[in-house]
Design a protein around this ligand. Sequence first.
Ligand SMILES: Cc1cc2nc3c(=O)[nH]c(=O)nc-3n(C[C@H](O)[C@H](O)[C@H](O)COP(=O)(O)OP(=O)(O)OC[C@H]3O[C@@H](n4cnc5c(N)ncnc54)[C@H](O)[C@@H]3O)c2cc1C
Length: 674
Amino acid sequence: MPAAENQQQLDIAAERARCTFDPAQLTPLFYGDEEKLKRFKQIETLIDNDPIFDRSDRYFLGRTERFQRSLPMVKRYVELRNQHGFTPEESSYFKIYIDDYIPAQASDEQLKVWGPPAENFNYIGCYAQTELGHGSNLSRLETTATLDIERDQWVINSPTQSSAKFWIGTLGKTANHAIVQARLIIKGKDYGAHPFLVPIRSLKDHTLLPGVMIRDQGPKQGAISMDNGYARFDHVRIPRENMLMRFSQVSTDGVYSKPIHPKLAYGGMTAQIPFYRDCKILTLSMVSIAATIATRYSAVRRQGNVNVATDLESQVLDYPSVQYRILPLISHAFATIFSGYWMNEMYAQYNADITKGDASLLKDVHVYSSGLKSYCTKLGADGIEEARRCLGGHGYSLFSGMIDFHRQFLATVTYEGENALLTQQVSRYLLKLYRDVVRDPGVHLSPASKYIFSLYHHGLFVKQRCSARSVKDFYRPEVVLGAFQHRAARLIYELSEAEKNGATWSELNLECMRLSKAHVQYIMIENFCNGLEKRFGGDTTTEEQRNLYAAVQSVYNLHVFWTLETELGEFLEDAYFSPEQAQWVRQGLKEALKSVRPNAVGFADCFGFSDTFLNSALGSYDGRAYERLAEMTEREPLNTQLTDKNGVVWGYEEYLKPLIHGQVSPYSAKTSKL
Ligand SMILES: Cc1cc2nc3c(=O)[nH]c(=O)nc-3n(C[C@H](O)[C@H](O)[C@H](O)COP(=O)(O)OP(=O)(O)OC[C@H]3O[C@@H](n4cnc5c(N)ncnc54)[C@H](O)[C@@H]3O)c2cc1C
């Protein structure tokens, strides 16, 4: 970094000087480990040095131009991937670092199914489940796949407007194959939705195949370069083998074999499992991008109170109301990564089991990944917007770097399992576990749901009270975890009672949202707590290690107090917390914000983002926010293309001059002739 030249650079340098730990020590946590971090940084260099991925004028481009740029990116990505032999993880990182929705979204599962042609992008795929009239409710999909036993073929048909596939990423212009979810029909019997591999465009010249009608579906809030598409199938024939038969099979004579677990019939049903891995990285990267930009800018932005000694206004990051809206993003990023590691372990175990025909972990994996997906994406979508607002007017500029990626991220709350609906699946599962416990108190529950046993003696349960005697007690994990367990258990009990008393499931949607959130918040706090101890609490012999541990602990405390404070009502409503304890929680939150504040810029740095990736005038490493804002205006097409050499705007002669020179008849309300 060059020598400090202005107040903003002085400010950011001072922030780094007072940081109590070395941010670089934390960076590997967010990328897996040192080795992965090194390789990911090499990938960044490849991308940064390649003009195809240049993002310097991205904020000035419309949808058509962004799409035109995305196709060369896909080709270059495949070339680089093949040349360097990226692992799947490196490929994912590559796509995240490009930070554009390029039409190259095939999942590992799809790649496995399609094999080498898909891996080499001869087959460009998409996943076509959603229909115009049917989204969340897979059981009502209308597209059919009817077996023609004589010709050993499926006939794919979308008979109505509402059965048209819609929202399908890469379908609009790019893909040549689709995994189509369609109702499987044999001899008039309907077996429900199953996935089929359907060729949609010619491999020879990319024209649409007979019977297939496809359009790009048009502009969207984000994912600008992605060609989400709309399709109808008119009796399209595909070989019988094109049904994806990993879990259920159909023989030549039309005999249907069920999957080992009924839920596996819907290939897409378990989408949240692999999705959570990507989503975790996405949520994490999006939340931490916002944390980085918002923290750095708020550290260099001075506004309001003036210090008489220095004549400087306050750094806005010193205002508690700013800290309250920005610093929790840092703790969300840490909380997400620790639960991500936990989820990955469970997923690895599930994968190992399923190859041996054991699907017993499926439900846990599905439910926990659904709950985490639902909670974390909402946390990210809401938190990023809150932090953006906190940046004042400059946060409204695309140059802030806070908007483009957030628009993209907003879709994650909807796709791969609509967030509110996922909470119903989590709640249904918890309710089932509760019933299992009531039936048999010796039943096996996984550690994350063991707290449900506390409901067995309900008379004792209702007498439970938080044991905190002062704010200090809220720093003890057993007090905090006990509170979160109690709240989740109570919500399970109340949901169960409401159902027993005749409420329909639909009437209990809100209760499901509350319960799922309560359960996930508990898991996340427990995972954060365990991860903190495991990774940083073990060896604290050197001062450096102790400082690092204390720093991450301060973020953990912030996560705990922020979550408690956000949900105070639910701890108070059954008197588990007393009003005084609620006050201590608020006090604890203020303390936690204060203790994270000195290291805030260090935490922003620890996420390890390059300035090129951030593409932000406000959040660059060197703090030169004002210069960068001014520099970016130089590239604005209104300034470069629509302005002559004298700085006069296009249209002046025709439209502005007649007004300015009084050549339009003067205004008078009385002369209205309408
Ligand atoms: C950017 C983007 C990319 C996408 N990519 C793909 C893709 O590649 N392939 C694909 O197949 N799909 C894709 N989708 C579609 C996505 O999967 C669906 O939008 C999602 O499943 C939700 O379905 P829906 O839009 O029909 O919403 P709906 O199901 O109509 O939901 C509307 C509202 O009703 C509520 N609701 C619905 N049912 C219930 C219920 N039973 N109880 C309570 N509330 C209910 C929901 O919570 C929601 O608030 C994409 C969507 C987006 C935005």
